[in-house]
Ligand binder design. Sequence first.
Ligand code: NAI
Length: 328
Amino acid sequence: TRTPVNVTVTGAAGQIGYALLFRIASGHLLGPDVPVRLRLLEIPQAVKAAEGTAMELDDCAFPLLSGIDITDDAKTAFDGVNVALLVGARPRSKGMERGDLLEANGGIFKPQGEAINAGAADDVRVLVVGNPANTNALIAQRHAPDVPAERFTAMTRLDHNRALSQLAKKLGVSVTDIRKLTIWGNHSATQYPDLFHAEVNGRNAAQAVDDQAWLENDFIPTVAKRGAAIIEARGASSAASAANAAIDHVFTWVNGTAEGDWTSAAVVSDGSYGVPEGLISSFPVTAKDGRYEIVQGLEIDEFSRGRIDASVAELVEERDAVQGLGLI
Ligand code: NAI
């Protein structure tokens, strides 16, 4: 039998945690033959709720689940961790300024980065889901200098999946007919879902759509503002779809992208496409041999250039703000 993989989930008692843990335990994160050991990190007030979720996990009798530990201590949570899913974050409350939001999250992601640096397994992979995800990932990464920077990623796979679904609907095709879609930039309203490199049954997606007005006034805003639309409709934020995207992100990272396709993930920039080196920004990425790599050499048209630059400018502002606060 294989040694279990240590998977740590922060914010385990939250909405996304509730949708995520059962899929991890049933083998969807890493594959149907990989046993997992779960570590749940919560704040002290939510430990009891996490214990309740753990009771339900027990009650599923998942064959692949070899144990569950619950803690409110980051060092304990990340000791020996192989896959870290950083979901818990400080949400923006009414009237909260961006600086306060970044500062509150710095107070979470700095110690978590330090704990990962101190105790994680050599092969650790980190996915930040908690918002502002890109900048939270940057904070954690900067406090884990002994971990290769490429192991820190932030989630734009939900945006990617949303874009796939919107495009498939528009063209009356299946999501499996679409390849090479890209989300660029920040996981925020400035993100840029790019159809110009995407293919639908081998044909260029932007040409297949042939409707720039739809692209600019419908597709892009629908994808970028989908989170707000879900809150409006459901009375609660997207949780199951976010959990599903986190599963997809890690599964692809470990198991690879299909030949001739790519996906989207926020990874540390190597300076490609004019994105300042070191920023954690969303790119088209392939996964091979357990590594995400930025797809190189794509031509960027003028419209796309403007959109990418605007989202990257927002990431630069966030980075400068956390730098100004002494968080990195
Ligand atoms: P939630 O509020 O239901 O749960 C968050 C949980 O995190 C709570 O149980 C809270 O106690 C816990 N938490 C807070 N600080 C913590 C800390 N220092 N250590 C451990 N746990 C801590 O929120 P939900 O709906 O589960 O969302 C979680 C995050 O994911 C939010 O920041 C949300 O904005 C973000 N999100 C990101 C998406 C993406 O595409 N990147 C999509 C959807 C949500």
